[in-house]
Design a binder for this molecule. Structure first.
Ligand code: ZN
Length: 253
């Protein structure tokens, strides 16, 4: 039976049978996988304490190719993020990030860019305690992650008429259509949310800025509110899952 090695982020686990656990990992090379960790709930298990979410780990697992459940052979820490659970605001954002990955990623579909975005985001969250910064990091992750899984919003022209956008003033974002609508097209899109030209430009910048520089790009509270409404509407239109973790932190939508 093939043996797989990967570097992975632990997403979640749940109990299975008498003493086992099923764990879901997002691997850099092989994408999301589900594995059964035999005996993981026994006191002396070799997996004990190593299957909690948010950590970066090295995993070895085996099973038939394209199986929907593999067997975990080994797990070692690469980067522990135990402090994530010490602080509630931070913990809820980390839960949100892993919950979104769990909901949106298909099993066995490698996506190294999404992996790097997720890992960089968890790293930033692990070092942060300020609410506004945590909100900003989470929204930055949303835009990048959605784009890496194939949902990139149209921000540089009107998504309806394809015309250019005014440099200033009020525009709108239509989640179902997937981008900005110009003032002329706006009346045709009743569900579009308001988005200023400044917030639209800022969102476009989020698509191209490296994670290392995200903290410096920090938006004003007004722009963060506007892009939050647009991003969450866009996410909900593409991923039909109720995000449980979201009710624990302040969002303006
Ligand atoms: Zn238009």
């Amino acid at each position: 039976m093939p043996l797989y090695n990967d570097e992975a982020i632990t997403l979640r686990h749940y109990d299975f049978g008498e003493a086992d656990r099923i764990v879901s990992f997002f691997g850099r090379r092989h994408g999301k996988v589900r594995v059964v960790a035999k005996g993981a709930r026994k006191l002396k298990s070799r997996f004990a304490g190593r299957l909690e979410p948010f950590h970066k780990v090295a995993i070895v697992y085996f099973g038939r190719e394209n199986a929907n459940l593999y067997k975990l052979s080994n797990v070692d820490f690469r980067r522990t993020r135990a402090a994530m659970s010490d602080e509630l605001e931070r913990f809820h954002r980390a839960c949100y990030v892993t919950e979104l990955m769990e909901a949106a990623l298909r099993e066995g579909d490698p996506n190294p860019k999404a992996f790097l975005a997720a890992n960089a985001t968890l790293e930033l969250i692990a070092r942060e305690t300020r609410t506004a910064e945590l909100d900003w990091i989470t929204r930055f992750f949303d835009v990048r992650f959605l784009s890496h899984i194939g949902y990139t919003p149209t921000l540089d022209r009107c998504v309806a008429c394809r015309g250019g956008l005014p440099e200033t003033g009020q525009l709108a974002f239509d989640a179902a259509k997937g981008g900005i609508v110009c003032p002329a097209c706006r009346p045709k899109f009743k569900s579009a949310v308001a988005l200023s030209a400044g917030a639209a430009k800022f969102m476009a910048k989020m698509l191209t800025t490296e994670f290392g520089k995200a903290v410096r790009l920090k938006p004003s509270p007004q722009i963060l509110r506007e892009i939050t409404s647009a991003i969450i509407a866009f996410r909900n239109s593409r991923i039909q899952v109720k995000m449980n973790s979201e009710r624990f932190f302040g969002s303006d939508v």
